[in-house]
Design a protein around this ligand. Structure first.
Ligand code: PHE
Length: 448
């Protein structure tokens, strides 16, 4: 079986794929919305600190488990286990992550479908199909089903092709397009009236807000969601990295890309909000709170694009293609978790099992769509506020308390001889043992 396992063919391939998983709606939609509703620059500052000080160490724990085990999350964790109790615990953690990834995909596919529908809208207007354009941006059961199915089809299409031909090839293509589009849009927004005020709200922190409990907890949750932690995804991506690679720097590079893209997305969206405000769109209520909240992207931005005249259609097209692309490189990672488990543990054929699991998850999405008013939030909260923090915390517990310190060092030394003398080795083991589980536990209890 080992011979038939896929692997990333190059360092760049891994970085693009892992960054592709990390960068998604969480960065481009979640982060700016949270920033806007949590005091602007103060949130950005706290997010940056927490992403590097807490999410990065937890991310390293997951990558390391995967690279050591060279297998899906359950098998990898079981290879670290030393007795039957550990093995059962490993199953719960690994399988829990896989279920969590499937649940996230079931609602993520719906949101990504909306992004695709907003990308189709300007296109249909450009070619004069006005009634179709109105239909695609109006909430309806058939619209949601159609676009969610389309998005799932693309996800299945890529994952059926495996690691190198599927995940790696597409992430390498799609990630640079994403960064390019983002930079282009930022340059454009910066030329508009009101952008300067937005940049200042984004970059001048009100230090007095930095320790607000709500702000801290939202920033931590956002950092964990953004790095795809607690879903078995980074364990499986870690298992596709060659033993010759230096994991510590690879992990840091991916974290840096993820955080930078969130930062860039904020630099696009926050100033865009102020531009929209300068054009008369109401964004903040009298008490300073955000009016549109989570629907910010769907209400404020299209109206911003509209007010730009003809060019707005093209900007909207580019922006929502960007969102769909980012969502796709994340969704493929979510599907890879369950698929690799079925392939490796139950000897199933990759192409077939990808289609079955993909269809199964789509059926779940369809059930959510049919009961959208309560199920969408329910599944999203269940998976991201409960599932992810618990599983990520248990992975840290595994590394900190079950895995022998010397074995961890041996694994880390592959591709990084000098790691024993590095700052990373002085801090990280303690961090994963004590600080990470405690901090994640705090987030979890808060969400309870
Ligand atoms: N990190 C992705 C984002 O920011 C979401 C994700 C969560 C991807 C869990 C994989 C697993 O959108």
């Amino acid at each position: 079986m080992a011979a038939s396992r896929g692997a990333f063919s190059s360092r760049l391939g891994f970085i693009m794929a892992a960054a592709g998983s990390a960068v998604g709606l969480g960065n481009i939609w979640g982060f700016p919305t949270q920033t806007a509703s949590n005091g602007g620059a103060a949130f950005v500052l706290v997010y940056l600190v927490l992403a590097f000080c807490l999410a990065y160490p937890a991310f390293m724990a997951e990558l390391l488990i995967g690279r050591y085990g060279q297998a899906n999350a359950v098998t990898s964790l079981q290879k670290i286990s030393r007795n039957i109790f550990h093995k059962r615990f490993a199953f719960v953690v690994g399988f829990g992550g896989i279920i969590c990834a499937a649940l996230i995909l079931s609602f993520y596919g719906i949101l990504a479908g909306w992004m695709m529908s907003y990308a189709v809208e300007p296109f249909t207007r450009i070619i004069g199909m006005e009634s179709t354009a109105d239909w695609v941006i109006t909430q309806s059961l058939p619209r949601n089903l159609l676009f969610c199915a389309l998005f799932m089809f693309l996800t299945i299409f890529i994952i059926r092709r495996g690691v190198e031909e599927g995940i790696e090839k597409w992430s390498k293509r799609l990630m640079p397009v994403l960064i390019f589009l983002l930079l282009g849009l930022i340059s454009y927004v910066m030329t508009l009236k009101g952008a300067r005020e937005g940049v200042s709200a984004y970059l001048n922190p009100d230090i007095s807000r930095v320790l607000e409990p709500d702000l801290l907890i939202s920033a931590l949750g956002q950092a964990f969601f953004s790095l795809s932690l607690g879903t078995s995804v980074m364990v499986i991506y870690g298992s596709y990295i060659s033993k010759k690679e230096n994991l510590v720097t690879l992990g840091a590079q991916v974290t840096l890309i993820d955080v930078s893209i969130a930062f860039l997305a904020g630099l696009l969206i926050i100033p865009s909000m102020y531009v929209a405000q300068a054009q008369g769109v109401a964004i903040f209520a009298e008490d300073g709170s955000l009016i549109s909240g989570s629907s910010l992207v769907f209400t404020v931005l299209p109206s911003l694009f509209n007010s730009m005249g003809d060019i707005g259609l093209y900007v909207a097209l580019a922006f929502f293609i960007l969102m769909s692309v980012a969502a796709l490189t994340s969704s493929i990672s979510m599907l890879e978790g369950p698929v690799s488990y079925a392939v490796e543990r139950h000897n199933m054929e990759r192409k077939k099992v990808t289609t079955y699991i993909g269809i199964g998850i789509f059926i779940l999405s369809a059930i959510i769509i049919a009961n959208i008013s309560f199920m969408l939030d329910f599944v999203a909260i269940l998976a991201t506020q409960y599932g992810q923090p618990i599983i990520a915390m248990l992975c840290c517990v595994f590394v900190g308390w079950i895995w022998f310190r010397n074995d961890i060092l041996t694994e880390l030394k592959q591709g990084n001889d000098m790691v024993e003398h590095s700052l990373f080795w002085k801090i990280w083991p303690w961090y994963t043992k004590f600080v990470c589980p405690t901090a994640i536990a705090i987030v979890f209890w808060h969400s309870l």
